[in-house]
Design a protein around this ligand. Structure first.
Ligand SMILES: O=P(O)(O)O[C@@H]1C[C@H](O)[C@@H](CO)O1
Ligand SMILES: Nc1nc2[nH]cnc2c(=O)[nH]1
Length: 317
């Protein structure tokens, strides 16, 4: 690890964290092959690992505290699969810009994972469906994203000086979502005998949150080509691509974004009331974070199985 970073160099933001990990972790867990970022309600993915060592964020410089319900604040190192197993690191609890974390801190864990030697990153996120064909509980293998200026303030984590002489100034994103890893995901779904509609493909729209979408925003994002919407993922993908990692995003649909075909007309309702008529108004569904966490819990097993299978089938060189 000393070849990657120098703990005595105050200008190296990874040095002390790498040093702490080198002291805590047994050698067989120190160089993970795959990293997983666990989104809302998805920290239970840790159960797919054995020999687990959890390191709380409080022990690691560069890490804040996850403040969102359903997110823990620890890195978990362990092995996935039979035999010697595949060494994996899981981020149990991510950082979102809406929590007040600077965008550079949001992507710090992904950069640290790259410094640890990780080459493949799997991101599991909770999302709302914009595409009416995506039922709650569907997992979407993301193939593209939209980061909409003014909805996020476009908090690009790559703003500022290039983070390493080895990194490009201009990072292409047309190939951000690894076709090879997506292929493994669909093969894994088949091998596990999941129904055909359990895993679909789609485009992720990133919004800053913490507000959920207004109907007009939902309509706008859908018209722009997005299938699901969430408050995370894209900054991590952008930083991971700058670091040269292969990325797979599995977005769990935890709720439908309500995009009514027409607005309820209060004007018509009042007119009807005044005329002694009654208009039936169906209750308007409102999304909440509890619902998001519940679906995460319900789908924990299938997410775990899918992620474990993908990890086991990623080629190792
Ligand atoms: O961290 P992810 O993107 O999985 O969780 C989403 C974003 C918000 O934290 C939360 C909203 O319900 O879910
Ligand atoms: N922006 C956004 N993020 C989510 N995360 C889970 N569900 C949703 C949603 O409906 N909208």
């Amino acid at each position: 690890m000393s070849s990657l970073s120098d703990p005595s160099d105050p200008a190296d933001p990874f040095a002390s964290t790498l040093d702490v990990l080198a002291r805590i972790l047994p050698p067989h867990l120190l160089k993970p092959h795959v990293a997983i970022v666990c989104g809302s309600g998805l920290s239970t993915l840790v159960a797919s690992m054995r020999d687990v060592v959890e390191v709380p964020y409080s022990a690691l410089q560069g890490f804040g505290k996850s403040t969102v319900a359903g997110h823990k604040s620890a890195l978990a190192f362990g092995l996935v699969g039979e035999g010697a197993g595949v060494p994996v690191v899981m981020q149990l609890g991510r950082f979102h810009a809406f929590e007040g974390h600077p965008i550079k801190s949001v992507v710090y864990p992904v950069r640290l994972m790259a410094k640890l030697g990780v080459r493949n990153l799997i991101i599991a996120s909770a999302t709302g469906a914009l595409n009416p064909n995506l039922a709650v509980g569907t997992i979407v293998a993301i193939h593209d994203h939209l980061a909409v200026p003014n909805m996020t303030g476009w908090l690009n984590p790559l703003f500022g000086p290039v983070t390493s002489p080895d990194h490009p100034r201009f990072v292409p994103l047309s190939d951000a979502y690894s076709p090879g890893l997506r292929r493994l995901a669909f093969r894994a779904a088949h091998a596990l005998g999941l129904p055909d509609d359990a895993l679909e493909e789609g485009t992720y729209a990133w919004v800053s949150g913490p507000t959920y979408e207004t109907p007009a925003e939902g309509r706008f994002l859908r018209a722009a080509g997005a299938d699901v919407v969430g408050m995370s993922t894209v900054p991590e993908v952008v930083a991971a691509r700058e670091e040269g990692l292969e990325v797979l995003v599995l977005a769990l649909v935890t709720n439908a974004v309500v995009i009514p075909e027409q607005y309820r007309s209060i004007k018509d309702e009042v007119k009807a009331e005044l005329e002694g008529r009654k208009i039936e108004v169906p209750p308007e569904p409102v999304v909440n974070h509890e619902e998001v966490l519940t679906v995460g819990r319900l789908k924990a097993q299938v997410m775990k199985d899918l992620v474990a299978r993908v990890i086991e089938t990623i080629p190792r060189d």
